[in-house]
Design a protein around this ligand. Sequence first.
Ligand code: GLC
Length: 535
Amino acid sequence: MTKQPWWQTTVIYQIYPRSFQDSTGNGVGDLPGITSRLDYLADTLGVGAVWISPFYPSPMADFGYDVADYTDIHPMFGTIADFDELLEEAHRLGLKLIIDWVPNHSSDEHPWFVESRSSRDNPKRDWYVWRDARPDGSLPNNWLSNFGGPAWEYDEKTDQYYLHSFLAKQPDLNWRNPEVQEAMFDGIRFWLDRGVDGFRIDVAHVMMKDPEMRDNPPIPDDWQRQFKEHGEYDKFLHIHDKGHPDVHQVFRDFRALLDSYQPERYSVGEIHIADWDEWATYYGEDLDELHMPYNFSLIHAPWDAAEIATRVNEMEAVLPEGAWPNNVLGNHDEKRLISRYGPDAARVAAMMLLTLRGTPTIYYGDELGITETYIPPELQQDPWGRNLPGAGRDGCRTPMQWDKSPHAGFSPPVAATTWLPLTEDWQSQNVEVQLNESGSLLSLYRALLEYRAGSAQLTVGDYRQLDSPSGVYMYERSHSGSRVVVALNFTGEPKSFAMPADGRIRLSTTGARAGEALSGSVVLGPNEGVIVEIV
Ligand code: GLC
């Protein structure tokens, strides 16, 4: 197979560390827990890289996305020694380890902010974004927090406001101050020196704002939502409070730092930008910024063959020369995949995710079909859900389901409870049960991952959409003259289509047709996807 960078041929698996494996019995997952489950990822499932959401010291106002120390581990998750052990074990098993980096904001309990807010002339005052009220006494501008309410919090002691694009407990760092960049990059060096393979960069497009801090204009009449509902926040066009082009210099510097390390390190940015051309700028003009901006277009797409195909083709069309695509269908901020599409379509979605061109990211538990879980108000944890009813993200963060033992094997039996409840069907939807069922979703993921790993067409090959009947998305992946056709029926009706050439089914989402020879007109069952090798 052609030698391509590891981050192009790998499959990433996202772990929400509170929810993967609890080794202590306190009901919350931790790093030793993850270490104890790495063989599941490397051998049973067969992914190549793991991204772990934040595990830093934090008051947990936003469950770790409020960092109080960028170079340590929250005691609840373990110690630096536990981290080193996790990294060593991951590498021993051939897994790459990607960690979350949260540069836009720290916790208000980070010593930098404690200093910054202590007085107007503190040397770290300018490490955060402080402004006076307007002359009429109103807030510095009309910017709103993503999590509800104004983006400005008044500090009585120094009689100024500080900016927080998320919670008031998450003050925005001032990336226009070179000292901030230097201190934050020191944190990156700390992890690179330990051997970390890459970073997922939290809200990477939010770090730089309009230097004049102008008001955001209201939305025009024809405005259409691209991402999920944000309440009051949706009434403005967010052209000044994020996405300022000065962020590109930060990422060029960041990339130069990563590139000064061997073996090759990797970065993927959380970029919620609907405009494709702007999205693509995050690769850098000379591919010298992020290795990838996350492509969220499919997560937000309705389950419709034509719509999904359009989005894939749009993304392919804007990629700069040599840029590598990626696809993702779930994460810790979005409703669970199977609950968006339904159980039959979830199988087709798995095949699509693992056969489109580009690096896929699987969200933990999606391989089992863990559903979005209803969390009653008194058990809700997510601050966003408490601010904006309905926006809570707890439902996609419930504990991993390993087996039929108490707490589904997530917490040891002694644990009183788990931090979020398990899904109602955990007794049947868990790793142990699904490993023994050839028709389970987990078995399908394993088969897809195994097939993908051995297929140059799927990992590095070209992509071309093929003509297909409505409701079917069909594409070819080709490499060195050999071709694989993927045909996905997005509907609950059988569909027939014409094979572009004779072939043989290698994998079907319904499991039954492997080995079947295909030529001429072919029928796909309802919600069936097939991978066909052209002979
Ligand atoms: C990102 C994270 C999300 C977090 C937010 C603020 O969107 O994915 O979980 O709440 O940033 O850090």
